[in-house]
Structures are given as structure tokens and as C-alpha cells.
Ligand binder design. Structure first.
Ligand code: CO8
Length: 261
């Protein structure tokens, strides 16, 4: 059921507590202009504010998830203009999205398109998916976190291989190098991502959120600091109704009913 329609994005509810945000069109390359990224991020934060949404799937089209930034917006632009434009404000905001965000990628995920996929917590890829950072071919480099997230996810050498060669990798190689979590037939991609979202959405929301926060600390801070953060989040969960319900349900051998409190 479609609930809100905008220029570039569309939201539906394929299952209870799960929202599917589809952007672009099936057969377009879906280049990400600044306005398009702003729209995606704005819609995501509308979903962040909705209590009934516990997990979100983000997908593009069949030909492309997104083939990168809109190159047309980068012609004859000075450093000063780029800085004034401050297009990365939306990307920084995206980093604070607290609910589980799962990308379902078919076709090209290049440049800014791959950065968008890497901004998601998990990536389910269709067999047709092609992942790459071709910026080097334009005399550029990623600017929306691509070098950082890629290196964290696949290691520095594989990151350099992708970034320096500027050639896309197929879905099988992407799976082998840990760039994506799962590869399925194209027609199953969104469905499988939704299944994962449904599963996560059934878990205790405050646990899910705390786990996300703790896991991202793992790549940001020294081990001792990360462990302390984990412990504080662990203690905090003892203050939740969901922890009481989860433990009680286990003892009573029944499924838990988590309310996110
Ligand atoms: N931006 C604008 N237009 C594009 C883009 C793009 N990223 N990609 C393709 N197009 C246009 C082409 O110019 C062409 O236009 P026209 O029909 O007017 O000639 C049309 O789309 C179709 O393209 P092709 O004929 O090339 O289609 P193919 O199917 O032969 O090839 C490819 C598809 C492989 C995707 C090819 O188009 C390609 O290599 N595109 C460029 C991909 C690229 O370089 N992406 C990186 C862009 S830079 C970037 O993302 C930096 C990120 C910085 C911050 C993040 C911001 C979002």
C-alpha cells in the first residue's frame, strides 16, 4: 500500500512494522542529485519518527540502485561553491539514523550510489548488482564516506583495489569480499531484504537500537572505550519493559511481545 508519493521516492508498508522506501525508477540510472539525496534522507527521518516503523528497506530500480552523484552538477564548480553547497549535511544526518536500514541493491551501485548502500546497515544484492567507485576515472574520489566505509567493511587493500582501478565488481565478488551480506536472484532481492527487516522488527526495538549504536562504536573508538560504551548500553536495557518481558517470556516458554519501552 503506497502511503506517500514524492518526486523521487515512494514509501509502502510491505509488512507490519516495516517500511519500504523505493527511489527512482526501474529502468533509470537514478543519478543522485543533491535534491534527490535530500529527499531520500528527509523521508527516512519521517520514518524514523514513526513509532510503528521498526525497520526500513531502501531500494532503487532494476537497472540501477543508483549510478552515482549527478555528474552534471559537478561541471565547472569551484571549491568555494562546493563548500557553500554543503551537500554532505544530508549524508551526515543519515549517519544518525537509528533504526535498522537494509539496502536491496539491483543493477549499478556506483559512486554516490554505493555510498548510499554502504550507509545502510546491511546490503542484500541481486545477482545483477555491480558495485564500484568510478570517481577516479573522473579525476575525483568519493566524498560521502565511501573511502571510510569501504575500508572498514572490506579492508584497506581491497578498498584501494576498487578505488584505484575504478572498475565495478559483480555481486559474487562483492559477497566474497564482504561488501554485501547476501546475494539472491534479482526478483527475490527486495523480498529477502523485507524478510530480514521483518525479523529484526520483531526483536526488542531498544535492544536493536543499542546494538546498532554499540557495533558502530567498534570501528570508531579504541577497544576499551567501545567496551565501556557497550556495558553502559547493556546496563540501560535492564531499565526497559522489553527486557522484563523477554526474560519472562523465555521462562514461560512463550513468544515475547516487545513494545519498545
Ligand atoms: N550522472 C549523470 N548522468 C549520468 C550518470 C551520472 N552519474 N551516469 C549515467 N548518466 C547518463 C549518461 O550520461 C547518459 O546520458 P545521455 O543518454 O544523455 O547520453 C545516460 O545516463 C545513459 O548512460 P550510458 O549511455 O553511459 O548507459 P550505459 O548503460 O552504457 O552505462 C553506466 C551505464 C555504466 C552506469 C555508465 O553510465 C557510467 O559509467 N556512468 C557514470 C557512473 C559514475 O561515474 N558514477 C560516479 C559519479 S561521481 C560520484 O558519485 C561522486 C560521489 C560524491 C558524493 C556523493 C553524492 C551523491
Amino acid at each position: 500500500m503506497t502511503e506517500m508519493l514524492r518526486e523521487f521516492t515512494q514509501v509502502s508498508r510491505p509488512a507490519e512494522s516495516v517500511a519500504l522506501l523505493t527511489f527512482g525508477t526501474e529502468n533509470d540510472l537514478n543519478p543522485l542529485s543533491i535534491g534527490r539525496v535530500a529527499e531520500i534522507v528527509e523521508v527516512l527521518f519521517e520514518l524514523e519518527r514513526e513509532d510503528t516503523v521498526r525497520a526500513v528497506v531502501l531500494t532503487g530500480g532494476q537497472r540501477a540502485f543508483a549510478a552515482g552523484a549527478d555528474i552534471g552538477e559537478m561541471v565547472d564548480v569551484t571549491v568555494a561553491e562546493m563548500k557553500t553547497r554543503n551537500q554532505f549535511r544530508d549524508w551526515d544526518r543519515l549517519r544518525t539514523f537509528s533504526k535498522p536500514l537494509i539496502a536491496a541493491v539491483r543493477g549499478y551501485a556506483l559512486g554516490g550510489g554505493l555510498e548510499l548502500a554502504l550507509s545502510c546497515d546491511l546490503v542484500v544484492a541481486g545477482e545483477s548488482a555491480r558495485f564500484g567507485f568510478p570517481e577516479v576515472n573522473l579525476g575525483l574520489m568519493p566524498g560521502a564516506g565511501g573511502t571510510q566505509r569501504l575500508a572498514r567493511k572490506v579492508g584497506t587493500s581491497r578498498a584501494l583495489e576498487m578505488l584505484w582501478l575504478g572498475k565495478p565488481v559483480d555481486s559474487k565478488r562483492a559477497l566474497d569480499m564482504g561488501l554485501v551480506e547476501h546475494v539472491v536472484a534479482d526478483e527475490e532481492t527486495v523480498h529477502v531484504a523485507i524478510e530480514w527487516a521483518v525479523h529484526v522488527a520483531k526483536q526488542a526495538p531498544l535492544s536493536v537500537r543499542a546494538i546498532k549504536e554499540a557495533v558502530y562504536q567498534a570501528t570508531d573508538v579504541p577497544l576499551g572505550v567501545g567496551m565501556e560504551a557497550e556495558r553502559n548500553l547493556f546496563y540501560l536495557l535492564f531499565a526497559t519493559d522489553d527486557k522484563a518481558e523477554g526474560v519472562q517470556a523465555f521462562l514461560e516458554k512463550r513468544p515475547p511481545r516487545f513494545e519498545g519501552r
